[in-house]
Design a protein around this ligand. Structure first.
Ligand code: S3P
Length: 174
């Protein structure tokens, strides 16, 4: 079975940026579940939410990671922020490989996403409160699903990459 490096965390926690930088550092390819879904559906995430509803999108995520679990080569996988919320998905994540939770404070998240209109769940009057509420619901689940937790607020990108490479090495992922 392949061992992927799986990046999970809240929207704006840096999964995409870390994924790309890690792919250079480890000479591994990187995929992003949001981008895979957009490509398959020929639609943006916002359009999927507004035209087909959130549940349809959640099923697309489950199908997407199910397919990634069948692959016989290792990649870096950057997950959409909601993926670990389904229990069924957490079972698949266990088979996928090393799950790294990029943890960040709500204020840090807010500063990163406040001008971004591409995340339907944060298009509301008070996104910071929404982030805090979602983080309260999700934080424990991200932790439960993770093999490694990295507090990104206190670290720069190089330190985050170094930590992931070290943890991957311990688990025989190179
Ligand atoms: C979501 C996170 C988004 C995207 C969708 C829903 C979530 O991905 O999948 O907007 O529920 O947290 P990012 O975490 O890459 O922003």
């Amino acid at each position: 079975m392949s061992k992927h490096i799986v990046l999970e965390g809240f929207m704006g926690s840096g999964k995409s940026t870390v994924g790309i930088r890690l792919s250079y550092k480890m000479a591994m390819t990187v995929v992003d579940t949001d981008k895979l879904i957009e490509r398959e559906q020929h639609k943006t995430i916002s359009d999927i939410f507004s035209e087909e509803g959130e549940e349809a999108f959640r099923q697309m995520e489950t199908d997407c990671i199910g397919r990634l679990a069948e692959q016989n080569y290792s990649q870096i996988i950057s997950l959409g922020g909601g993926v670990p919320m389904r229990e069924q998905n957490r079972e698949i994540l266990k088979r996928l490989g090393m799950v790294v939770y990029l943890r960040a404070k709500p204020e840090t998240i807010y500063a990163r996403v406040k001008n971004d209109t591409s995340r339907p769940l944060l298009q509301c009057d008070d996104p910071l409160t929404r982030i805090r509420e979602l983080m309260a619901q999700r934080g424990g689940i991200y932790e439960e699903a993770a093999d490694v937790v990295i507090d990104t607020d206190e670290r720069n990108i190089e330190q985050i990459l170094t930590e992931i490479v070290r943890e991957a090495g311990k688990r025989g992922i190179v």
